[in-house]
Design a protein around this ligand. Structure first.
Ligand code: PLP
Length: 433
């Protein structure tokens, strides 16, 4: 299958090229030329399939033309080594728990999938070393670092804003060693993202080393997240709650919700979507006004969603032919201040005993406020509350237990490379690598 750029000014690319390049030459995001509709028979029986089996059907529709069946099956089965249960929180509100993977956040699946797919292509090509650059506001870095850890032929550079990620998050990508280097940037997330984007555009650097991205813009990272939504639907169907299902996705760069929208295009019977935001309300404002105005990112309690110019907006826009009316007929928005996140997290804990993380809190509240008569809502609980223990304990006094997997990271020794937000400094560093 061929991939085109959302800016329409770049040549079509193979899957291999789209994965290695990340971003198209014209700075657009790659989109598959075709999104296959899955047969009715699949949806009729989806509730009887395992997460791995149903995901393979979805993966085959995306990647089957470009990856040998046996290899693709292995990649899917290796990636989905954990469950993503749907849990009832209250009445007709359910949590889709995406935090049971290696770093306890939803980005684990995309990261692992991409690492394995990239490795498949590197081996086909004769093993030239590939360098992954990734900007993170918290969870991307840990997921990518752990997804790629120990994968031959790939070196990963994780750029993160100094002092703006939690200690727990930081420990998950600064303590690994091996093929993972953490770069601590004196700036905000958008500075990190700008450094990465500039590196891809720099000819001298690209002659020096083979660079690729692993941000949610990469097709190999964001598309596999569609698996989650087919699995959520399957579980809701099993419980007899799949009619009028509303899917609510706490969003930052909008990769996760875009994957859900791809699922919808493939025939997944979800009635409508809600994008839940923190105070970074650019998408919310777009829904209200039809105008998209990027803003500097604002720091909030839900810091993995502190994004002022969500990359995947370009894909959503493209998916619906730029029609604001179509977008608003399918997607609703919500935006919450830190104060609202606090009151909602506390109320949910007091009323139901369920401990939300700050991101999932936005999703939960958006369903509470936005569900209509006869609808059932599922929100993504995108991270384990222990990843934000200080915040969650401060608000709820729940004293969240830290799972052993996280505690092990925190015992590791931090190693990172200090960096300014000036591109030339970053470039000089990479040229010496
Ligand atoms: C990355 C992340 C989000 C936002 O996901 P996007 O795909 O960037 O919209 C939400 N919650 C958590 C915990 C995350 O790590």
């Amino acid at each position: 299958m061929q991939y085109y750029s959302t800016n329409k000014q770049a040549p079509l690319a193979s899957l291999h090229k789209a994965v290695v390049k990340g971003l198209a030459e014209d700075r657009g995001l790659y989109m598959p030329e075709q999104i296959k509709t899955l047969p009715q028979d699949f949806f009729d029986h989806i509730q009887d399939m395992s997460f791995q089996d149903l995901s393979y059907v979805v993966a085959d529709a995306f990647f089957g033309e470009d990856v040998e069946a046996e290899a693709l099956r292995n990649i899917v089965y290796d990636t989905l080594s954990f469950e993503t249960p749907v849990v009832q929180v209250k009445d007709n509100i359910y949590a889709l728990e995406l935090f049971h993977g290696p770093t306890l956040a939803f980005k684990d699946v995309g990261a692992r999938f991409m690492a394995r797919l990239l490795q498949y292509f590197i081996r086909q090509e004769g093993n030239e070393q590939v360098n992954v650059l990734v900007a993170t506001s918290g969870d991307t870095g840990s997921a990518v670092a752990n997804g790629f850890l120990g994968v031959d032929g790939i070196h990963v550079y994780v750029l993160y804003p100094k002092g703006k990620v939690s200690k727990i998050q930081e420990s998950q990508f600064t303590t690994l060693g091996q093929n993972i280097t953490a770069i601590e940037v004196d700036g905000v997330f958008d500075d990190c993202q700008a450094l990465v984007k500039n590196a891809f555009m720099d000819e001298e650097l690209n002659r020096h080393m083979k660079l690729t991205s692993a941000n949610s813009i990469n097709v190999a990272r964001f598309l596999p997240q569609a698996f989650y939504y087919f699995n959520a639907y399957a579980q809701m169907k099993k419980m007899g709650r799949a009619d009028n299902m509303v899917m609510c996705v706490p969003s930052g760069n909008f990769g996760n919700i875009t994957a859900a929208l791809f699922g919808h295009r493939m025939g997944l019977p979800i009635k409508r979507f809600i994008a839940a935001n923190n105070a970074n309300d650019i998408f919310y404002q777009y829904l209200q006004t039809g105008e998209y105005h990027p803003q500097p990112s604002k720091q909030t309690l839900a810091n993995a969603m502190d994004v002022g110019d969500p990359s995947n907006f370009a894909r959503i826009y493209d998916l619906y032919g730029g029609s604001h009316a179509t977008v608003t007929s399918l997607i609703d928005g919500a935006t919450y201040s830190d104060e609202q996140i606090r009151e909602t997290m506390l109320a949910c804990y007091q009323q139901t005993g369920y401990i939300l993380d700050p991101h999932g809190t936005c999703g939960y509240r958006a369903l509470q406020e936005g569900l209509m008569e006869g609808e059932c809502g599922v929100f993504c609980e995108t991270a384990h509350p222990a990843k934000f223990k200080e915040t969650v304990d401060d608000i709820t006094h729940a004293d969240v237990t830290i799972p052993e997997r996280l505690a092990a990271f925190m015992r590791g020794k931090k190693e990172s490379v200090p960096m300014t937000k000036t591109f030339q400094d970053f470039k000089d560093y990479l040229l010496k690598e």
